[in-house]
Write a protein that binds this ligand. Structure first.
Ligand SMILES: C[S@@+](CC[C@H](N)C(=O)[O-])C[C@H]1O[C@@H](n2cnc3c(N)ncnc32)[C@H](O)[C@@H]1O
Length: 315
């Protein structure tokens, strides 16, 4: 079974890790994981590139060629360099040991140059060869150049909008797949719709506010996206339950965002009407959810500032 590695950014470590697990399991439910600090080692039929394209918090990723006990490379392990013109070596040290990293990278490069025609290039090399040290094992792997992903344009913003990274991570944690449809019943500026469409997921947005409806429309049009927009109260989603596979949403907080009624009441009404058997990711103010009977829910806390911590709930 192919093994791949993902070095995660440290912004939201738990979300970052679970996001990789969720994406990998979407495509291969038998995927297995090993977590070493901010490194995820994945055994899965799913290619690392496919997971990396969807993931939000991956800094570096690639395929593992083998585990290593020492530092010795030989020809059979650098097959991948045969068709490359350029390469670079990178050491990632997650162990307690201190290494002279530039020196190691340079001697690894020299070693590889003995077997391969490829030349060292620090900028945009065809192949990056990685040596990852941890306290238990060392891994030897590589990554290839992957085309930079085009981000959806957000031509109109609003102070209450949710940042695209958390929105994207929520879509991934909910487990929505390409070709499925997500509904955001409090869609605001359309962040969920933009992220979903950029991942090949269809989207439906509901918002009761005329201004938000217009902003979301402009944002969709700027990208040529076709998500359906409904200017109605969020309860409209009950009428279109058959049209979507999951809900991803950021509830009103009653401060920067307009709210039809008290945010606590909205959350209660919303949860009472949540369709069973759908994929769900909700962001709300911390502790709002405590009053609700939500079973089998995974919770993540997001600290925004001293008077606002948010909770993400995944079902
Ligand atoms: C926190 S904002 C959502 C922000 C959105 N995720 C974004 O990135 O722009 C909450 C939204 O809920 C909408 N809203 C409030 N009460 C509503 C209701 N009863 N039905 C539908 N939308 C409502 C507000 O207009 C606001 O756009």
């Amino acid at each position: 079974m192919p093994e791949s590695f993902f070095i995660l950014s440290k912004d939201y470590p738990e979300i970052a890790r679970d996001e990789i697990i969720s994406i990998a399991k979407m495509y291969d439910r038998f995927s297995k994981f090993k977590i070493i600090s901010n490194l995820v080692i994945l055994q899965s039929k799913t290619n690392w590139e496919k997971i990396t394209k969807r993931a939000t918090f991956v800094k570096v990723s690639g395929q593992i060629l083998r585990k290593m006990s020492g530092l010795f490379l030989d020809e059979e392990h650098i097959d991948v360099l045969k068709s490359a013109n350029t390469f670079v070596c990178r050491i990632i040290n997650l162990s307690k040991n201190q290494f002279n990293i530039p020196e190691l990278e340079s001697s690894m490069g020299d070693m590889i140059s003995k077997f391969s025609q490829a030349k060292v290039a620090f900028d945009n090399p065809d192949i990056t060869v990685y040596l990852i040290f941890t306290d238990k094992e060392n891994f030897f792997g590589f990554s290839k150049k992957i085309p930079k992903q085009v981000r959806p344009k957000k031509v109109r913003k609003h102070p209450h909008e949710l940042d695209w990274k958390l929105t994207r991570a929520m879509i991934n944690l909910a487990g929505l797949q390409e070709g499925e449809t997500v509904c955001d019943p409090f869609c605001g500026t359309g962040t969920t719709l933009l992220e979903a469409e950029s991942m090949g997921i269809h989207a439906i947005g509901v918002d009761f506010d005329k201004k938000m409806h217009e902003i979301a429309k402009e944002n969709l049009n700027a990208n040529g996206y076709k998500s359906k927009l409904i200017k109605e109260d969020f309860t409209e989603f009950k009428k279109i339950v058959g049209e979507f596979d999951g809900i991803v949403t950021d509830l009103p907080y009653g401060r920067a965002s307009k709210s039809s009624e008290d945010p606590g009441k909205i959350l209660k009404k919303f949860v009472a009407n949540l369709p069973r058997k759908k994929k769900i990711a909700i962001m709300c103010k911390k502790d709002f959810e405590k009053k609700l009977k939500l079973n089998q829910v995974k919770r993540y806390e997001i600290y925004r500032h001293k008077s606002l911590t948010r909770t993400i709930l995944i079902k």
